[in-house]
Write a protein that binds this ligand. Structure first.
Ligand code: CTP
Length: 405
């Protein structure tokens, strides 16, 4: 099952480091090669000898002093790794990685991870540290960049408090590692496919200062672009204004308004096999956008809005038989019915529906709960997943629709 895959396990300084011993032992029993890197503070909790004995490999604790099994250890370990797992992961290591700091063996090895090598963090810390907005911002940034997280869970914490901050148990981490490694088998299943993804909101100008827009952050669309690229596709991302980092390897066209998005999509559409329209396009724009700042008056202000082009509908009219069209439906009620109606009306192959009012779904946030409906009438309800996991699940369904083996 393990195919002799190599796992680099980073252990940082927290009481949950003792659980990492169980983790190493379970992974070794499954046939994985495990190389452990410990931070200085981790050594206060577990003796490196324990990991050395359990893993059967030297434990790396210091960037400069360990006798060299490899010449440049952080690079050769990063080269060898099929996956990197940091368990427990403290606020400190998350802060370092999210800011590109590499000042010890572990942070340096993580920075040198090969493209496509999953990096999984299992955080463990005090509940208030976990809630701290700075840490949450770091987790969000790392998630957006494609790093994986498992936990923490609620429970009794070593500091004597109760709350979210416990590292998940070793068996759950093992399951997650297996699912991430098995996912890698398909990494090239979209090789040679050209995919156009749209993401984010559009902005419809009222005057040079103001605009109408919506709550889309672009996270779902960017996750799809990133996942499709990892699976070998050539990805064209047409993005409305977002604060997200451009996914590596993806060709991006930035637009503001629905009409600009329309233009960009129509230019790229003839060259692609698959279109995934995750963008939240404004249906209307102010009819009379002023080219000066609108001054306030005592009377109420009436805005007249006119229709924007429905980009996806147009694509449904002109697509050829080989092109696969995927829409999104953001709804607040009658989810499946409205989604099915959009699938029909826009001549789609697949629609991804989500109830934006549901906790853990919709705009912003790192997770989504989606239902995928196919042209053939199949309905696939997915559980709450990270947006990147949801992106992979959506691609799995597209792969079936497109008849990709
Ligand atoms: N869409 C589009 N162009 C528009 C409006 C929507 O391409 N002018 C696409 C979206 O990118 C999405 C799908 O159509 O993939 C459905 O968008 P949604 O806003 O849920 O539905 P609408 O068709 O706009 O219908 P309504 O607002 O009435 O729900």
């Amino acid at each position: 099952m393990s195919d002799g895959k190599t796992i680099v396990l980073g252990v940082t300084g927290g009481i949950a480091a003792y659980k990492a011993c169980d983790l190493v032992s379970r992974l070794v029993k499954k046939g994985y090669k495990v190389h452990v890197i410990m931070t200085k503070s981790a050594e206060h909790f577990v003796n490196p000898l324990t990991f050395r004995t359990l893993s059967g490999h030297p434990v790396i604790t210091d960037m400069f002093s360990e006798p060299g099994e490899w010449n440049v250890q952080h690079v050769s370990l990063a080269e060898k790794a099929d996956i990197m797992v940091i368990a427990p992961a403290t606020a400190n290591i998350l802060g370092k990685v999210s800011h590109g700091l590499a000042d010890d063996m572990l942070s340096t090895t993580i920075m040198a991870a090969k493209p496509g090598c999953p990096v999984l963090f299992a955080p463990a810390m005090n509940v208030n540290m976990y809630r701290n907005p700075v840490l949450q911002e770091n987790i969000k940034k790392l998630t957006d960049l494609g790093y994986f997280f498992i936990g923490p869970t609620e429970g009794h914490l070593a500091c004597g408090t109760q709350g979210k901050g416990r590292m998940v148990e070793a068996d759950e981490i093992v399951d997650k590692i297996i699912s991430l490694l098995e996912g890698k088998k398909d990494l090239n299943d979209f090789l040679d496919k050209k995919i156009l993804v749209t993401a984010g909101p559009t902005r419809e100008a009222l005057d040079p200062i103001r605009f109408l827009s919506n709550r889309s952050t672009g996270t779902m669309g960017y996750a799809i672009a990133q996942a499709a690229h990892r699976r070998g596709a050539k990805v064209y991302l047409v993005s409305g204004p977002t604060s997200l980092v451009q996914p590596p390897g993806v060709e991006i066209t930035r637009v503001e308004s629905a009409r600009e998005m329309h233009q960009a999509v129509m230019r790229i559409f003839p060259h692609v096999d698959i279109v995934i329209k995750a963008a939240a396009v404004a249906d209307y724009r102010p009819r009379d956008a002023a080219d000066y700042k609108i001054k306030k008056k005592d009377k109420p202000l009436t805005l007249v809005l006119e229709r924007n082009p429905d980009i996806l509908w147009e694509l449904g009219q002109i697509k050829n038989k080989r092109q696969i069209l995927v829409g999104f439906a953001a709804e607040t009620e009658n989810l499946e019915q409205y989604a099915r109606e959009k699938l029909e009306a826009k001549n789609l192959d697949l629609i991804v529906a989500n109830n934006v009012k549901e906790e853990g779904a919709g705009f912003g946030g790192t997770t989504n709960i989606v239902t995928i409906i196919t042209k053939g009438g199949e309905t696939i309800k997915l559980p709450r997943l990270t947006k990147l996991e949801a992106a992979h699940a959506i691609l799995d369904q597209i792969r079936i629709q497109a008849g990709i083996n």
